[in-house]
Write a protein that binds this ligand. Sequence first.
Ligand SMILES: [Ca+2]
Ligand SMILES: [Ca+2]
Ligand SMILES: [Ca+2]
Length: 443
Amino acid sequence: MQRTYLLLLLCSVVVIVGGATVAASTSTQLYLPLVQNAGSAAPRPPTATVTPGATGTARPAPSATAPALPTAIRQPTAIPPGAVPTCSATVAPAGGTHRTLQAAANAARPGDVICIRAGTYREYVNFPMSGTATQPITFMAWPGEQVLFDGSERLPNPGSPNDAPDLFTVTGSYLVFRGLELSRAARSGLLNYEGNHNRYERMVFRDNYANGINIYGSDNLVRDSLAHHNNGTGGFNSDGFKVYQGERNSFYHNSAYANGDDGFDTWTSRNNLLEFNLSYDNGYGRDPNRSDDDGDGVGFKLGGLLDGRRGGLNTARFNVAFRNRGAGFDMNAGERNRIFNNTSCNNRLDVNSFGPGGNEFTNNIGCANRVNLLPNDVSSANTWNLGLTGLQFINSSDPTDANFMHLPPGSPAIDAGVELGLTFAGRAPDLGAVEVGLPWRRE
Ligand SMILES: [Ca+2]
Ligand SMILES: [Ca+2]
Ligand SMILES: [Ca+2]
């Protein structure tokens, strides 16, 4: 009991940084909103320094070696070969309608479909144009072709990571991006800055210095996409899928792995929906022999507090967090999140909650039943409530296996959940992300 109290106390530490009250992990609080198109006068990160370990979640002890990370995952992203789309314009290195995506974007009008042929493109692209609700502008890879944007010709700025450009900067709304691979950016692969109602489908964000994709704005959707090895800044700001601020952004069927900080981090945004996502092996910086470049390593981080903006009211369901350096699910000073039917295994903690609380946890599997909850969190029908330990899975070691974290016949977690108004099979909902009798990543 005393131990629990001490943990809660530690996790509730609030630190004053530069006059602003901050209660969250160090990895994100130093990252301030940017003014776009500021040219050489790009804003600098705040000068305040924070001692690692002094804030928010207790950081795990440095690990001598990061786990061996997969370099490839079964590729869900490429657009399968098929019918040739009706294209308003084409982009191709050897010259379609345009040789650069920027030229095509500049000429695009609502309703246009810009088709991009195979190749490696070396351009940083701005998207200030907008479609409309009924006539979005689509930028898509040609079906069956690999379209790679490589940002390595511009260099990151290790001493001041925000003083570097993002590969794609999206300020427009009602845009659709499909099947594009964004890699090796000097900062993030894609910055959705104040753009709303944009859709990102079958994208790959990899090997970028900062985040894979970083969203400011509302009502955007990211689905069927990968974010991996975005790890240049370690704990500073290298998340796979990041929302900095905004509301009602949705993440479906995405996978995040081997990112330097967190797999998914909704920071100070609210009312986001995360469903059927996989997050594993996050929290290890680029150098496997150093731990001082490693981040928090949270699978799904659902809070954030900065300048009075508090994250929360997010819904996370049917997600899997596995083998992350930190907690599988961390409320990170967020409030009133709804955490339903998730699976958290082989993480430092299954769940970590601190802040004002009021979160709901229902039907979740925590393989170790190691959870830090607040007194006003509501927790029912989870493995830690039911005393279920030693759960078995058909596959519990390979996140790319089709049966990963699937319950075998006879598991005590089958039909052990309570009804939440969501689809289930059998007599009752199962515990965890994968309902026996239904595909995991269903619509
Ligand atoms: Ca983060
Ligand atoms: Ca490292
Ligand atoms: Ca069931």
